[in-house]
Structure formats: C-alpha cells, structure tokens
Design a binder for this molecule. Structure first.
Ligand code: SF4
Ligand code: SF4
Length: 392
C-alpha cells in the first residue's frame, strides 16, 4: 500500500520552492486523509501519555497539546485524538463558514464527557442579542447543552473587553449554565488585551487564546505573565509561526521545536496547533512530555532565518505610515492562511473579507516607495499586490 503521507497533502512539503510557489500548487484541492485503518497500516505510532496543566482559574486540567480544529475536515482525526486523551477542542462559529462546529459535533458524539469544548462568537458580534445568538447557534450545532469556554473572537484592544452589552450577555449566559467560562482570542495588539484582562476588576474573563511563538516580543510575554498571575488561563496559538515549510532545512522538524518552545513557558497551559490529518496529529501530540533542547533552538534559529524575508508577525507597527489606512497586518495574516502551512484559501478569503473594503489591499494605491515601514524589513507593497491577486 502506498504510504498515506504520499496520498494526502503534507503541510511540511507544501512549499518547496521557497514560500511562494505557483498558484496551481498553492491551491490544488485538498486531498483528505485516508481512513484510520489505512493510517494504522501505513505506520505504527505510539500515542504519548497525555500531559495536563491547569487552565488558570477555570481549574480545568487540559492536555498541553490540545486540538485546534479550524483546519480539520475529518471528524475521525479529532476523535482519534480525544480517544487518546486529548481533552480540549477549540473551534469557532466562523471556521469553514460554520461547518467546523458540525465536524467537531460529529467527532465528539458519545464522548462529550471526555472533552472540554471551546468555541468563539463571530468576530463582529458586540450586542447582547448577537452574543446570545452566537452561543445558541454554537450549542445547537455542537449538539451540547453547554460550552466549556466561549471566546470573543479576534479582540484587538481593551474596548471590546469592557463593552457593557457584551459583558452583560456573558454574565447572563454563565448564570444560565450555557457557558461555564469565557475568554478572548487575540493576535494583534495582544499586550493591551492581556493587560486589560489582568486589570479587569470584575474578573469576568477566564481565558486568553493568544498568538505566542518564538518570535513573540517582550511586551506580549510580560502581558502573559501578568494575565496568568491574575488567574487567566493562557492558551497559545500560531505557535508554528505560520507552519511554513521552506527549502533547504532538510529533515529538521522545526514545527515540533516551535511547539516545544511555546510549552516550555509554565504560564502557558496549552497550545492548540491546527491538525488537518493524522500525520499532523501524530507529529504535534508527540511533543507532549518532551523538553525543549539546544538542538531545537538551533532548528528555530535556522527556521527564523529562512522565513525572515516574508514572515509578518502582525504587529501592526507599519499601519500608521500608510496614507490609505490599509490593515496591513490582517491582510498579511490572510496571506499566511493561504501560503503558510495552513494552505487554506477559504480561511484566507474569509479572513480577508472581514476587513472593510477601505482597509483591504484593494485600497493600497501602490504609492511610490510605500511609506509604510515594516519593522522586519518586509516589502509591504509587494505583499499587498500579492493579496490583491490571491484574495480579492
Ligand atoms: S504602497 Fe500601499 S500599503 Fe504601502 S503606504 Fe502606499 S497604500 Fe499603504
Ligand atoms: S508588515 Fe512588518 S510592521 Fe507591518 S504588521 Fe507585519 S511585521 Fe509588523
């Protein structure tokens, strides 16, 4: 039998000629993973003993490598993880246009008591009615009477954390038992968000799902320390720094090294790498119980050098310099979903579509010299041009 890895799309071998391959290669239709039986025959794999940490004031003990479901088309992959002890699954209303919650529902059917379920409101939801609508829809779609965690999706500043109607809705939903805990997700302006959570006198929010990886700056790391000390459960996302596979790194597994790097911080309860298929599941959960080594650091150093010409950390520092007020960081995040290890054009386009038209790459007028300056020296105008081609 042909090894399964050769049949399915392998994110690790996705981009071989640098990051920017041909459009055809980038957007070939995804080949789904083969059946678990095939996978079992293809390669034996011993699932590691699960390792748990406590998620802040929630008291929930969750696996340090938990399941980010956003990319997973097959319930069997999630189910296999849960059967092996992975006990926290993160989804969102918006992933796959709502289909992702349906996939998670199928995956955990009959095993609801073995898993904590976390979902997210729609990124634009603010009012009491909108928050209630989102939670009710998630409950119905996931086939459960409660969510363990509901998160406000993509929070970029403290205003949303202290928005009265949103807080009122979450407080009521907790009282009604429809949600046990609430949190936020953030991958821009994270330090402000983390500090706002730490400073909230009412301690409404219990968790924060935050972009955290070896490229993270001190302000965010300090924010994580403060929030964790205040009892906020910290979950890391985007730990794989785009999950790019770049030519010239040989067999070095920089993705496992990046995951280990994030988990060496005891303030971080867990990471939720997106796992599309069984190969990625095996690769990511194998990290449980491993420690970060000198060899891992060398891998990350080489990986960092390889992705430096194109990796955007979404810091937003450049945006003030753009006369058109293009949301460069979000455009680049959408590009990463298309071109990085995510290889998910639908997600890329959905993320891009969240932007108002005036802030998309379409608003970029390609001004001479591009007055927006990247702290990492990226060619911003070229990235906007690419976004127009791929995502508009
Ligand atoms: S080239 Fe585009 S992104 Fe750069 S400053 Fe001009 S409008 Fe903004
Ligand atoms: S392009 Fe550069 S400055 Fe702008 S968000 Fe990305 S890393 Fe930050």
């Amino acid at each position: 039998m042909e090894p399964v890895e050769k049949k399915g799309i392998n994110r690790r071998s996705f981009i071989k000629a640098g990051v920017v391959g041909t459009a055809t290669a980038l957007f070939a239709p995804p080949a789904f993973a083969a059946s678990l039986q095939e996978l079992a025959e293809a390669e034996s794999f011993a699932f590691p003993k699960p390792v748990y940490r406590t998620l802040g004031r929630t008291g929930m003990k969750i696996t340090v490598v938990s399941f980010g479901a956003m990319l997973t088309p097959e319930p069997e992959v999630i189910r296999a993880a849960v059967e092996q002890g992975v006990n926290y699954v993160d989804t969102a209303r918006k992933y796959m246009g709502g289909k992702n919650e349906e996939i998670v529902a199928k995956a955990v059917k009959g095993m609801r008591d073995k898993v904590f379920l976390a979902s997210k409101t729609l990124p634009e939801s603010r009012s009491k009615a909108e928050i209630f609508r989102d939670v009710e829809t998630s409950l119905r779609t996931l086939g459960t009477d409660h969510l363990d965690v509901i998160q406000l999706h993509n929070v970029t500043g403290k205003d949303r954390i202290f928005f009265d109607e949103t807080r009122e809705a979450l407080t009521l939903l907790k009282k009604q038992g429809k949600i046990r805990f609430c949190g936020v997700t953030t991958h821009k302006n994270e330090a402000e968000v983390l500090n706002a959570l730490a400073d909230d006198p009412e301690h409404l929010f219990d968790t924060c799902l935050v972009k955290y990886n070896f490229k993270t700056g001190k302000d965010v790391a300090d924010g994580i320390d403060r929030a964790a000390a205040a009892g906020i459960g910290i979950i890391a996302m985007k730990t794989l720094v785009g999950g790019y596979d770049v030519a010239g790194l040989g067999k070095l597994n920089q993705h496992q090294a990046a995951l280990k790097w994030a988990l060496q911080n005891p303030r971080v309860t867990a990471a939720i790498p997106g796992m599309r298929d069984m190969k990625q599941l095996r690769e990511d959960i194998a990290v449980m119980g491993m420690s970060f080594s000198y060899a891992d650091q060398r891998r990350l150093d080489r990986y960092a050098r390889a992705i430096a010409p194109f990796y955007c950390n979404f810091c937003g520092s450049c945006e003030a310099g753009c006369p058109q007020s293009v949301e460069i960081s979000t455009v680049n995040r959408a590009l990463m979903y298309a071109e990085g290890g995510y290889r998910d054009l639908a997600l890329a386009r959905a993320t891009y579509a969240e932007l108002p038209q005036r802030a998309t790459a379409a608003a970029c007028v390609d001004c001479e010299g591009c007055s927006a300056r990247c702290v990492n020296g990226l060619d911003i105008a070229a990235k906007m041009d690419r976004a127009r081609t791929l995502l508009a």
